[in-house]
Design a protein. Sequence first.
Length: 155
Amino acid sequence: MPDIVSPEKRSHMMSGIRGKNTLPEMTIRKGLHARGFRYRLHDTKLPGKPDLVFPVYNAVIFVHGCFWHKHHCHLFKWPSSRQDFWKEKITRNAQKDIENLAAIQEKGIRVLTIWECTLKGKTRLPMENVIEQADQWLRSGKNNYVIEGFTGANC
């Protein structure tokens, strides 16, 4: 199926999509900051440039967009135009996520991944619930953890 907008318009639309300081990321940042957590942003010295870095807790948080990181939820759908391009790009993003996770774990750093579907769409969780889970995980010292949208079962 051909795109419904011109290539120029699509390019303009795509250029407006941010890779950092997204609304889901800002929401998590504000919620954790209100609970007293302090963090660094987008540390370029760490693999994948985590969205939030908590040196005191030896932990990082990634806030992943479901489309860009190929999440198995209702927010991810393969584009119908330029299918080869998108398949290669999104599959590579997901592969880099795996590589970055492994590289961070090798450094002994704990990782929390919060998926976009946790914060928006039909599977979203109450924001206070998401912040509470992140808070408990940070303080727990437990290894990797994932928070994703409600699926009818425990995530």
